[in-house]
Design a protein around this ligand. Structure first.
Ligand code: ZN
Length: 255
C-alpha cells in the first residue's frame, strides 16, 4: 500500500499495449509508438493497461480532446487488426556502409547474404545514403519481413513483439529470442536474425554466423561482390509474385 508509481511505463506494459494494437498506432497503424493514459496519469497515478493505448506521436499529439470512449473503441479495434501488416521507414539519413552481421563486418560489400542467387540482406549506397533491401520469407516463401529501399513491411501474424523505434527494429516470434533485428543507431549498422528458408536454418547473432552446421566468427569482408552466398551455383531462386500464373517460389537453372 502507498507504493509510489513512477511516470516511466514498465516494459511489459508497453509490450502488452503493442501486442493488443498489433504493433502499430491504434488509430493509423504507424509503428513508432507512444503510450497514452486514457485516464490521465495525474488522476490515477498508475499504469493500468486496461486504461492505456498505443498511439504514434502524431495521433497522440492530435488526440487533443479525443473522448475517452473514442480511445476505448480504438483500443478494441486497432488499425492494424484489419490490416495485418506493419509498415514503416527504416534508417532515414543512414550514411554508413559498414554492417555488423552475425559477428562479421561487411565493408563495401553490398550483398551481405544471398540464397540461390537471391539477395536476402543487401544494401546499396545512393547519394551517400545506405538503402536496405531485406527479404525474410515465410514457409510459403511470401515475405514475412520485407524491406525495399528502407521501406519496411512486417506481417503481424505469428509475432510476439515488434518493437520499432527510430533507427531500430526488433521482431520476436517468441519470448527471449530474436527473429530479426536491425540497429542503425551506431556508427556500424547491426543486423541479427534467426530464421529459416525452405527448412534451412540461418542464424546471425552477436557472437557468430551459423549456416548449415558451419560457424563463422568475427570475420571482416571487404569489397566483396557477395558476402555469404548459399546455393548450388546452378540455380536461381525466384520469389513468388502476382505476375505468375500460379504464384510460388521457383528455382530456375542458370545458363
Ligand atoms: Zn497514428
Amino acid at each position: 500500500m502507498g507504493e509510489l508509481v513512477g511516470r516511466k511505463i514498465p516494459v511489459d506494459i508497453r509490450r502488452r499495449l503493442r501486442q493488443e494494437a498489433f504493433f502499430g498506432c491504434a488509430k493509423c497503424g504507424s509503428p513508432i509508438l507512444q503510450y497514452h493514459h486514457i485516464v490521465e496519469f495525474a488522476e490515477e497515478q498508475n499504469h493500468d493497461p486496461d486504461h492505456m493505448i498505443a498511439l504514434c506521436p502524431t495521433c497522440h499529439q492530435g488526440l487533443g480532446k479525443m473522448r475517452r470512449e473514442r480511445c476505448y473503441s480504438l483500443k478494441k479495434n486497432p488499425f492494424n487488426r484489419i490490416n495485418g501488416k506493419i509498415r514503416g521507414e527504416l534508417g532515414a539519413n543512414m550514411e554508413t556502409s559498414s554492417f555488423l552481421v552475425g559477428s562479421c563486418t561487411y565493408l563495401d560489400t553490398p550483398v551481405i547474404f544471398s540464397y540461390y542467387d537471391r539477395p536476402i540482406i543487401q544494401y546499396l549506397i545512393d547519394e551517400g545514403q545506405a538503402l536496405l533491401d531485406i527479404y525474410i520469407p515465410k514457409e510459403d516463401m511470401w515475405p514475412d519481413i520485407l524491406v525495399e529501399k528502407n521501406d519496411l513491411m512486417v506481417n503481424s501474424g505469428g509475432k510476439w513483439d515488434v518493437d520499432f523505434r527510430t533507427n531500430f527494429l526488433r521482431v520476436q516470434k517468441d519470448y527471449g529470442s530474436t527473429y530479426f533485428q536491425i540497429d542503425l543507431r551506431k556508427e556500424v549498422a547491426e543486423i541479427e536474425g534467426k530464421f529459416s528458408i525452405l527448412g534451412e536454418q540461418f542464424e546471425f547473432n552477436p557472437t557468430s554466423t551459423n549456416i548449415g552446421g558451419a560457424t563463422i566468427k568475427g570475420g571482416t569482408i571487404v569489397r566483396c561482390g557477395a558476402g555469404i552466398a548459399v546455393g548450388d551455383g546452378k540455380h536461381k531462386l525466384y520469389w513468388p509474385n502476382y505476375a505468375m500464373a500460379h504464384p510460388r517460389a521457383v528455382f530456375i537453372r542458370m545458363r
